[in-house]
Write a protein that binds this ligand. Structure first.
Ligand code: SF4
Length: 461
């Protein structure tokens, strides 16, 4: 029995797909073997029994690609059972319009729901053989998707979800509808997963959550204990626990909401030696009226105050380290005037970001902004994005120049034609020219010799 997973979207989706992968393989399914750079050929597709699409609904373009894929699969390979999970799985309008899908399932219900697909493609005997994996030891309660041990794609960097869902309802965002309310994983479960990752050689642990810093462990033991006297584990405490684990590894986290950034968190991030000096804090817009319409629950000055605290904390607790601040900004939100847009440019100049992920507003069905008039033209959205990108290029280059002459740690990802490529603790891409062997997967010291806008160059000291 063969399956394939196509993943669209963010790191959270890729992390979920690692769990789906493991679940399918533990239940007797195999992935067809083919070169990763080669596309799925008709021959490979004709072998498949199940095609899982882990979807993204953040922009119309991502959604259109899923519709196209389903249409083509149904037309050319009708034997394949199609499973839709991720952000589009819960959307009623998608259920109506997307023809030929065998199962729509939220990621957290995947183990339970996908059993119905298995029943269609596995014999009774094969199904019976899979019960121990589908069910927990007492054979009554289905395994939660968090409990599935993932098939990690990367040997050196691991994505670890610590919570899922979101309670914030930013007016443009589908996540609260697609993933439901926030659910945090028990801290002991996360710690055990990370201990195992460190044991198997992972050097960079990336903690994931839609709103990672609103993490709150259900109970210290993870057994659902409630009551007086039990201290819950918040995000800062979780970071300190992970930081205290033995071994040489880095810790990063995405994505944080400004309203949940506490003084405790700012101090913890700067004090913990293993936590990387890279703070991703989406601002989305620089104008208070736009922020209010986005339902972001902070003003531009609140945001700048947090950034000041983060910078001061890094300078105080890690005076010898460079740090990076990164963000997300949406251009062309409904009603955003040229003057209001200038406030996004202004906040970028004040913060001096290392990296910003820009997005053009794209109305998503079911969200509050869906009902607003999408009145900024495509051309104007593009102009605004280019304008902000020019500001980013200047601040990124100025920040990168601070690295020249410094010797810093780099985690090597891969090698190609006598060059090694890796990342700093601050998330900067680095190219190192060296004939030295076997550096992939290692954290090594690199002397930075050149700074470009989007990367650094260095040598082995
Ligand atoms: S915080 Fe806002 S943008 Fe982020 S996932 Fe939640 S609703 Fe979406």
């Amino acid at each position: 029995m063969y399956y394939y997973i196509k993943t669209f979207g963010c790191q959270m989706n890729f992390s979920d797909s690692e769990r789906i992968d493991s679940f399918m393989q533990n239940n007797g399914f195999q992935k067809p073997i083919f070169n990763a750079e080669q596309n799925l050929t008709p021959e490979i597709l004709s072998q498949l029994n199940v095609f899982i699409i882990n979807t993204c609904g953040i922009r119309q373009m991502a959604e259109d690609r899923v519709f196209g894929l389903v249409r083509n699969l149904k037309k050319d390979h009708p034997q394949i059972k199609i499973v839709i999970t991720g952000c589009l799985a819960n959307r009623r309008d998608v259920h109506k319009r997307m023809k030929g899908v065998d199962l729509f399932t939220e990621i957290k219900d995947f183990p339970e729901k996908v059993e119905s697909i298995m029943k269609k493609v596995l014999s009774k005997k094969e199904l019976a053989a899979h019960r121990p994996t589908l069910y927990s030891s007492n054979n009554k309660k289905l395994l939660s998707y968090f409990n599935i041990r993932p098939k990690y794609e990367n040997k050196f960097t691991a994505l670890v979800p610590i919570m899922t869902g979101c309670n914030n309802f930013c007016s443009y965002c589908v996540v609260p509808y697609a993933r439901g309310s926030e659910v945090s994983r028990p801290a002991n479960e996360i710690i055990n997963e990370i201990k195992n990752l460190i044991k198997t050689g992972r050097k960079h642990i990336i903690l994931l959550g839609q709103n990672v810093n609103s993490y709150n462990s259900p109970s210290p033991s993870g057994r659902g204990v409630r009551g007086e006297g039990i201290q819950k584990i918040n995000f800062s405490k979780l970071l300190r626990k992970i930081n205290a684990l033995p071994g040489k590894f880095w810790i990063s986290f995405v994505s944080s909401h400004p309203k949940d950034v506490t003084d405790e968190m700012i101090t913890t991030v700067a004090q913990c030696k293993k936590v990387c000096e890279n703070f991703h804090l989406p601002v989305q817009a620089g104008n208070d009226k736009v922020l209010q319409k986005m339902n972001r629950q902070y003003t531009a000055s609140d945001y700048l105050k947090i950034i000041r605290k983060i910078k001061n904390s890094f300078k105080k607790h890690k005076p010898d380290c460079l740090f990076a601040i990164t963000s997300d900004i949406i251009v062309g939100f409904p009603g955003e005037t040229k003057k209001q847009f200038e406030d996004s440019a202004s906040i970028m100049k004040k913060v001096k970001y290392d990296l910003v992920f820009f997005g053009q507003f794209s109305p998503r069905p079911g969200t509050a902004a869906w009902k607003m008039k999408d009145d900024v033209s495509k051309k104007e959205k593009e102009r605004r994005m280019k304008y902000l990108n020019e500001i980013l290029k200047k601040t990124a280059l100025a920040n990168n120049k601070k690295y020249i002459g410094k010797t810093i740690e780099v985690l090597i990802d891969f090698t190609k034609s006598e060059n090694y490529f890796g990342k700093t603790r601050t998330g900067k891409n680095v190219r190192i020219n060296s004939k030295r062997k076997n550096l992939v997967g290692k954290i090594i010291k690199v002397k930075i010799t050149k700074a470009n806008i989007w990367n650094l160059e260095g040598i082995l000291p």
